[in-house]
Ligand binder design. Sequence first.
Ligand code: TRP
Length: 470
Amino acid sequence: MSNNSISAAAASVAATASLNQAAPERGRTQWSTRLAFILAATGSAVGLGNIWKFPYITGENGGGAFVLLYLGCIALIGIPLLMAEIMIGRRGKQSPPDAMKALAIEAGVSPRWQIVGWVGVITGFVLLSFYLVVAGWAVAYIFNAGGGAFAGASSDEIGGLFGSLVGDPLASTLWGSLVLAITATIVIKGVKLGLERAVTIMMPGLLLILLILVGYSMTTGQFAHGFEFMFSPDFSKLTGTSVLVALGHAFFSLSLAGGGMMTYGSYLPKQVSLGRTVLTIGLLDTLVALIAGLAIFPIVFANGLEPGAGPGLIFVTLPLAFGQMPFGQLVGVLFFIMLSFAALTSAISLLEPAVSWLTEKRGFSRLKAGLLTSAGIWLLSLGSVFSFNIWEEHKLYGKTFFDVLDYLTSGWIMPLSGLAMAVFTGWIMTKAATRDELGEGLGHRVWHFLIRYIVPVGILLIFLNAIGVL
Ligand code: TRP
């Protein structure tokens, strides 16, 4: 404990007592080092969100102005909330619902706050159901790339290839099921095993290949155009819900409010400095997204493609690059392998919260918990698979099942839980408790100000904007 006042010490002793009561630490797993946690959390954050979703929603929302909004949401809302979420997990030391409950009891408020933890676990479950479908496409593309399907192909041919994959419900289901099976196997064995090593090799590899792709993009003659598209803001290009999409994507990309970061936080030893760790994760995550955009948009413009083409964007643009560049077949295979790994390390963090809850609270074995949750996720995933083929025409307000899940989770549920976490850590937990977790000094003061005022007000304003009041 630091040089604190008597009241802080007393609060902290009381806190420990109540936590011990609520949460006997039955030999809970912990990350072996700070680096292990950074790797796992970065593995969770960096995924399809950065490479698949960021470019396509940037394209749909007109480019630069959207990117600026997104960066603002990451810095002012996402990063403070990531600190809050990991802090809740670490202090609560249990799966999300019980961590929230323990901290609510510690702060002397209703244990119903555990709902925030519940919403996180359920959100993770729902997100994984559509995430694995896209991850399945990435795996399928390893084989497309390896089989030389892109060599010299025209953009129409490559578009046709994507169309025939997503248009085939059986193929999409099988690839998605494969991803789910691998994810569940790793989660059942315990996330620590293998995760650290996979991230250590795959993350730098992914970054390297993205840089090679940026190098290729520079040769297309449209690099400046792509750069300008991403970084020169034109606010008239934003659509009605752009601000909400930017906020939602900040949540999605940082893995906020899906239970995963809270669960990973619960395995984090006390002595690790949260502030620096979270900043590192946030910076890496943002960097990967921006580099992915810089690789993709020049290719889009050089080939006369549509930046707002939607979820197929990377599956149609990057293969064109692989088809034209030297060693494209090899680079393509490596790229899709790494993209699949990046997706896998994120998928693991989406499944872990539910499994950790079922094992801790219901006494299930990891095997039983893993199989049960996977079965539910698999069933739900069929809806997303069918959104691209047999249910393509079934729409709610112009959105397919897949779009609806994405819009409800990223656009509404996750920011709402973010709002709740901000109120909880900023207004309900004592300053002594948050200081005990985040340390004293300027860092804590800045965080506290952001989480108390800027985060809740920011989220509320964005909601008001989305429903048309502002
Ligand atoms: N952040 C991941 C990505 O960008 C997806 C993800 C993993 C996630 N865990 C999460 C999103 C928890 C929200 C909540 O691909």
